[in-house]
Every structure is written in structure tokens, then in C-alpha cells.
Design a protein around this ligand. Structure first.
Ligand SMILES: NC(=O)C1=CN([C@@H]2O[C@H](COP(=O)(O)OP(=O)(O)OC[C@H]3O[C@@H](n4cnc5c(N)ncnc54)[C@H](O)[C@@H]3O)[C@@H](O)[C@H]2O)[C@@H](O)CC1
Ligand SMILES: Nc1ncnc2c1ncn2[C@@H]1O[C@H](COP(=O)(O)OP(=O)(O)O)[C@@H](O)[C@H]1O
Ligand SMILES: [K+]
Length: 465
């Protein structure tokens, strides 16, 4: 997991470094990292460096100077001015200064564009002349390496302001919100986070990585059996929405439970004919999943009361989210999408869209349970106030039924004994990683059928034998 830091967090951390270590040269460290990555993306050929007026431009100028040792480097002062000492270094090293027209013309031969226009000091959006340059870069498909963040983005949000579209972004100390949430994150390409000696501040916001999924995935030991691995009960689906039962079972079964019990109102023959290992008899469970595909079941409240009386952690999804009791069992997980979260909080959907992280955190605090807010960016908020963003996946995962399989997978992980936040982070990340590795579109149950391949690949395969 990596800590996510805002621009002001980063500035405070940097100021502390400067006050404690006067004269420390963070900019050279930043430039060194840019140069290493630039050489991997484009080992040879001319480089065009678009330079802004502040320290982001300074990073770019020192990188330009280092690269000019063995190739043509063109420097364009995109805002008319640039970091004085950096400019001097670039001139000394033989970089050639060009104007907007020449920078654009030179794109036809360029092997790389380095975007060092704006970083954490930038205001969102691009002036017209830069937007035109970005269009030319995109049209020619020249690879772009962004310094700190693609210029034009707002550091602290996922909003899709006009910006560079990077193939790779080299950022410092910690990812910022624009790197990990919303459409902005899609503009960053591969993210490289470099330690330049600025300590990572404690923010309570994290982003999960594939390596976390590998590390935390519950792997059975030699003495494990179905009860110790975890029995998950599903009260999902109904005669109106029988498919939800199948989708939940698909998600639960392919996440590796000890046993799945189906205790819902969909036709039992339907479930067992598709999934013969699912047990229809009631009995001991270590976690329950409720609500997906209930519709307006008349006995929904009784079903929820029955599940509550078991005293095990619950995954409450979809229709069960409108019946939230005052006291949820410890370790329970709520899995709303934005519309459901808005209803839970009694606010408008656009208010959730405007501040998804804040609203997920508010719901976790109000209901005393972990909240997995589903969508393009998935936030896992705990009652203690931490938020973790799950690994991101392709947008076609957003289809009817994906949430049902996800709830089933989370139920399996809760039954295995994971804390609710880990179960949510792993379930959501597994679905996203699977969708990335098995490009579809696949319907949600087919996607779930690929979970085992992905788990086997993520977890040390030897552990599964
Ligand atoms: N503070 C430090 O010591 C370090 C900073 N580093 C770099 O410095 C960057 C931050 O530097 P700065 O604080 O100088 O900020 P930036 O370089 O991101 O930009 C600030 C400048 O751009 C102008 N500007 C902002 N938005 C604009 C817009 N939309 N249109 C036109 N002009 C605009 C501002 O007026 C200001 O002159 C980081 O992103 C990082 O790249 C690194 O060198 C590491 C060390
Ligand atoms: N833009 C998106 N990119 C990736 N995944 C998405 C996107 N939008 C939604 N999802 C995923 O799709 C699922 C949708 O869940 P939900 O809205 O509850 O659907 P349903 O109730 O029909 O199953 C969630 O698992 C979410 O992770
Ligand atoms: K930049």
C-alpha cells in the first residue's frame, strides 16, 4: 500500500526537509529519476522538453541538461520563463531553446516529450497554446513522460481537466489524488513513485497495489479444512432476480471459500445445477452476504434479522442497504454504489460524485461499518477514518451483475477471517486485476471464473499446492 498525499501535505513535508537540511538538493534527485525513466522509455532520439515557470520546470531543465550529453534536446519555455539555474544548466549542456512553432514541428522526429510545465503548484487546465501542443503530441503518438503529474490536472482531484496525456508519470515521495482517482488517473500512464528524501506524510489515505493482494490473500495451510477456511452463506437473489443468486455464488466460489451455503429465495435447482458444490442446507457460517437481487422482497427485514442473529460479519449489498440496522455485527461491510450511498446518507447523488471519498468516510462513521463505495474508483472507508483506494480496473467491469459477484467474493474473504477493509480491498482489487488481465468484455460470472487463475498468479503458486 502506498500513502496518498495532497499538494499541501507534500509542501509541508518538503518544507520540513529544507528547514532540517538547509541546502539539500531535491531537484537534482528528481531530475535524476526523470532521466533514468526517460532513457528506458526512449533510449535514443531527440527529446522535446516543455518547461513551465516553476520548480516543475526546474526538474525538467536539469533532466534536459543530463539528457543533452548524448542526444538532441529541445527546450521550450511554454510559459515564457523558466527556473533560472536550471535554464543555465540546460544552456551549458547544449540544449537548444525553441519556440512554440518549432517545438510543435520537431514532434515529427521526437522520440519523447517531457512534460515539465506544471506540477503540484499548477492550477487546473491548460492555456490554449499548450492545449494545441498537447493535441499535436497526441495526434503523432509521441510518448510523453510527465514530471510529477500531467500538466493541466488538479493535483488533489480526479477531475478530467484539459491536460497532457502521459505514458508514464514520475512523481515524488507519494502518489497524489490525481494519480489514483477518477479520469485524471487514466491520464498518468504508468506511475513511478520516487523517493527523493522527502518523508511520506501520514494522511490516512492509501492506494492498494497488486503486491498487497498477493501478500494478503488468505492461503490455506496443510491442516486447513472447509470450516477453518471459511463458510460463507448467501441470502441473495429472489424469484424476480434469480440471476443475482448465481452471480453471488460465482463470485464467492471463485474467491476460494471452504464452503458456500445458498440460503436465498431463488430456485434451489437453478443454483445447484450451475454450481454443484454449493450447499443448500442451512448451518454454520462465518459470514453472510445479503441483499443483491432482493428487489422488494416482502420478508427482507426478517431475512436481515435472521442474519443478524447469527452474530457473524455481514456483507450488505444493494437492497439490504436500505434496511440498515442500528447495530451491525463487528467487521461488517457495506457495498453501495454512488446512488445507494446517496440514499444511505440522505443526500443527492451529485453530492456523492462531488466528494466520493468524503461521503464514503461519512457513511463508515455513521453506520459503524466498513464501506466499499463501488464505481470506476473504489474507496474502502473504515469507521476509524482511513480510506484505501482499490487497484483500478478497466471501465467495462461496470455492468449489471458485477456488484453481485464482488459481494460474493467479499463474503468469502470475510468468512476466511479477514478484517472487513482487507476483504473489500482484496475483493474489489481482484475483480479489477482480473478484468485487466483478461480483457473482455466478459459478463460478470465469466470474469469471476478467471479469479482462480489470477489468484494463483498473484500468490506464490507454491503456496497453493
Ligand atoms: N519544492 C521542492 O523543493 C521540490 C519541488 N519539485 C518540483 O516542483 C514542483 C512544484 O513547483 P512549484 O511550486 O514551483 O509549482 P509548479 O512548477 O507546479 O508551478 C507553479 C508556477 O506555474 C504557474 N502556474 C500555475 N498554474 C498555471 C496555469 N494553469 N497556467 C499558467 N501558469 C500557471 C504559477 O504561477 C507558478 O509560477 C513539483 O511538482 C515538483 O515537480 C521537485 O523539484 C522536488 C523538490
Ligand atoms: N467505470 C468503472 N470501471 C471499472 N469498474 C467499474 C466501473 N463502474 C463500475 N464498476 C464495477 O462494477 C460493479 C458495479 O456494481 P453495481 O453497480 O452494484 O452493479 P450490480 O448491482 O448490477 O451488480 C462494481 O463491482 C464496480 O466495481
Ligand atoms: K508536469
Amino acid at each position: 500500500m502506498r500513502t496518498v498525499a495532497t499538494a499541501s501535505h507534500l509542501r509541508a513535508a518538503e518544507e520540513k526537509v529544507f528547514s532540517e537540511q538547509p541546502g539539500v538538493d531535491l531537484m537534482s534527485r528528481a531530475a535524476d529519476a526523470i532521466v533514468s525513466v526517460a532513457r528506458v522509455i526512449a533510449p535514443s532520439g531527440p527529446v522535446v522538453v516543455a518547461v513551465g515557470p516553476g520548480n516543475n520546470g526546474g526538474d525538467g531543465l536539469y533532466a534536459a541538461a543530463a539528457l543533452a550529453g548524448d542526444r538532441d534536446v529541445l527546450v521550450w519555455l511554454a510559459m515564457g520563463t523558466g527556473h533560472e539555474a536550471g535554464l543555465h544548466a540546460a544552456d551549458e549542456a547544449g540544449c537548444r531553446q525553441v519556440d512554440a512553432a518549432e517545438a510543435t514541428e520537431s514532434l515529427t522526429d521526437a522520440s519523447l516529450v517531457i512534460d515539465a510545465v506544471l506540477g503540484i503548484g499548477g492550477r487546473a487546465g491548460l492555456p490554449e497554446h499548450l492545449a494545441m501542443f498537447v493535441d499535436a503530441v497526441d495526434a503523432l503518438g509521441v510518448p510523453v513522460l510527465a514530471v510529477d503529474l500531467p500538466s493541466g490536472l488538479d493535483t488533489d482531484s480526479g477531475a478530467a481537466h484539459p491536460s497532457f496525456r502521459a505514458d508514464c508519470t514520475v512523481t515524488f515521495a507519494a502518489p497524489k489524488p490525481c494519480h489514483v482517482v477518477g479520469e485524471a488517473s487514466e491520464r498518468c500512464g504508468d506511475l513511478v513513485v520516487v523517493d527523493i528524501g522527502v518523508p511520506v506524510p501520514d494522511t490516512g489515505v492509501f492506494v492498494a497495489e497488486e503486491s498487497d493482494v498477493a501478500r494478503w490473500w488468505p492461503v490455506p495451510g496443510p491442516d486447513s479444512h472447509k470450516y477453518t477456511r471459511g463458510v460463507v452463506g448467501l441470502d441473495t437473489g429472489s424469484s424476480h432476480y434469480p440471476g443475482a443468486a448465481l452471480l453471488g455464488c460465482a463470485g464467492a466460489l471463485h474467491a476460494g471459500p471452504g464452503m458456500v451455503r445458498y440460503l436465498g429465495g431463488a430456485p434451489q435447482g437453478l443454483v445447484v445445477s450451475r454450481f454443484p458444490s454449493v450447499v443448500m442446507a442451512d448451518g454454520r457460517v462465518q459470514a453472510m452476504v445479503l441483499g443483491s437481487g432482493w428487489g422488494d422482497l416482502e420478508d427482507a427485514a426478517e431475512r436481515l434479522a435472521g442474519a443478524l442473529s447469527r452474530g457473524v460479519p455481514l456483507v450488505l449489498d444493494a437492497d439490504a442497504l436500505s434496511l440498515l440496522p442500528a447495530d451491525l455485527p463487528p467487521g461488517s461491510l457495506l457495498t453501495p454504489h454512488a446512488g445507494e450511498l446517496a440514499r444511505m446518507l440522505g443526500v443527492q447523488r451529485h453530492e456523492v460524485d462531488a466528494d466520493p471519498m468524503g461521503k464514503a468516510r461519512e457513511a463508515a462513521s455513521r453506520f459503524g461499518a466498513t464501506v466499499l463505495l463501488k464505481g470506476g474508483t473504489q474507496y474502502v472507508a473504515t469507521p476509524s477514518g482511513t480510506v484505501t483506494i482499490a487497484v483500478r480496473g478497466p471501465a467495462w467491469t461496470g455492468q449489471a451483475g458485477s456488484g453481485d459477484t464482488l459481494a460474493g467474493a467479499c463474503g468469502t474473504l470475510l468468512a476466511a477471517g479477514l478484517e472487513a477493509d482487507r476483504a473489500a480491498i482484496l475483493g474489489a482489487s481482484l475483480q479489477a486485476i482480473t478484468a485487466s488481465r483478461h480483457p473482455g468484455p466478459h459478463p460478470p460470472d465469466v470474469l469471476a471464473s478467471f479469479f482462480p487463475d489470477v489468484i494463483a498468479d498473484l500468490v506464490d503458486v507454491a503456496d497453493l499446492r
